[in-house]
Design a protein around this ligand. Sequence first.
Ligand code: NZQ
Ligand code: ZN
Length: 383
Amino acid sequence: MKNFKYRNPVKILFGEGMIKEMSKEIAQKERILLIYGGGSIFKNGVYKQVTEALEGYQLFEFGGIEPNPHYETCVRAVEFIHKENITFVLAVGGGSVIDATKFIVAAACYKGDAWDLMLGNAPIKAALPFGTVLTLPATGSEMNSGFVITKHATQEKLAMGSPLCFPQFSVLDPLTTLSLPATQTANGIIDAFVHVTEQYVTCPQDAPLQDRFAESILQVLVEEGKKIVADPSNVAVRANIMWAATWALNNWIGQGVDDDWATHMIGHELTAFHGIDHGQTLAIVLPGLLDVMRNYKKAKIIQMGERVFHIHANNEQEAINQTIEAVEKFFNSLGIKTRLSDYNVTETVIPKIVQRFQERGWLLGEEERITPEIVAEILRRRL
Ligand code: NZQ
Ligand code: ZN
């Protein structure tokens, strides 16, 4: 295991009915901006619960954050913050609303062109405080300090992070997830699953605690995933999925080990060019990445096969084949398709992605072994 420094300051308010506990976390003097997405919070009663919990506070609203949040929309929220002297922000929604909020609170404290923050040209030196009410278990954004923003004008989707962008608190009430369409529930489970594989299916790291934690998160996602397909109204199962998704990317399992993230980086491009949901892009890319990197990642693929999917094959290559097949079948069992052609994407996207990675000088994966040419091979296997 490598040396590491780990701190996660996010206070979690977990469970049914916990939205009303939120006011204890925000000082009465704050001028609060509630940020939300396309309006799901009005249909499922979450907006009502939040505004009731914050009765008596000075509360402002900014809605319309898109899935895969746009820089252009975030900039309008920053203007609103300045105009109304907002002192605290509350994100109510899925990963997109939370990510947008992280960028907005940092951009509100930055004087130049805020896209500089995404390009890494300017360090994040300050951010407004914020909390979150999560309505879609998937990204882990509620308990980490990362965010992903899309510049609509140029179809660029970039990731950034800062210790200043941890939420002060996050409310995780599984009841809020009952209104999720089946596809979003499935996307979320796949996103969490792949967050774990990005940190776990690398090369052996002699970090058995991180491994066992990772495997237990994967097992919970597989077992509870099956149950939620059979009974979407089961709140106890939804609670387990919610907590597992938070743990998949609160960065605990990534401490002291190398991580990959190539599946995410390739997936981000499929969203940028074709608007495919984040979870779906991962379901397409991961089986291809495991296949192409099978020899390098051999030990961990086989370990995941044995411990998560209970695979015991006669030889290593067969164990790898069966494990990759089990992963893909799991995604399909949630109702998510796993081929580019399922989303009407043809091979013409491959040179476009390769060109972008070449221009950015990106080498992906835990030891930067995934060159743009290997990215092309991964995608060709997913046509
Ligand atoms: O916008 P509203 O109307 O709220 O509807 C949303 C949206 O249409 C809907 N939804 C959310 N909660 C709901 C609901 N519908 C009914 N009932 C509810 N309870 O679901 C749709 C998708 O929401 P979105 O927030 O876009 O999904 P998700 O949570 O999967 O977030 C995806 C974004 O997070 C980024 C992704 O790249 C993508 O931009 N990621 C962020 C990460 C992080 N910060 O650590 C890591 C991830 O790997 C990921 O990259
Ligand atoms: Zn993800």
